[in-house]
Design a protein. Structure first.
Length: 101
């Protein structure tokens, strides 16, 4: 069977793209050279991510925080987020091939 689109990279950007294309009826294949899901850090510099979290203001009405928490406490584990995104893409009909070069 032919393929309408191939998405290279199946992490936080590739998986949602594959899911959206599948929902629109495209037969898609999404590839990643790593094993999914994983805790692989994105291509952004980790210190840049931490700095952006420190400077962020979350608009959470009615919620108050006491004390301070490290920026890592404000993020979702990559393994958890990756699993959710990959499962959503596969559930929508996209075909995943991880460990693929």
């Amino acid at each position: 069977m032919g393929c309408d689109v191939i998405v290279v990279g199946a992490r936080c950007a590739g998986s949602p793209l594959a899911m959206l294309l599948a929902r629109r009826g495209y037969h898609g294949l999404f590839l990643d050279r790593g094993h999914l899901p994983s805790d692989t850090v994105s291509s952004q510099n980790g210190s840049e991510l931490r700095a952006s979290l420190r400077s962020s203001r979350l608009p959470l009405k009615g919620i108050r925080f006491r004390g301070s928490a490290p920026p890592e406490a404000l993020s979702v584990r990559r393994r958890v987020l990756g699993r959710i995104l990959v499962e959503a893409a596969v559930g929508a009909g996209a075909e995943l091939r991880d460990r693929f070069t």
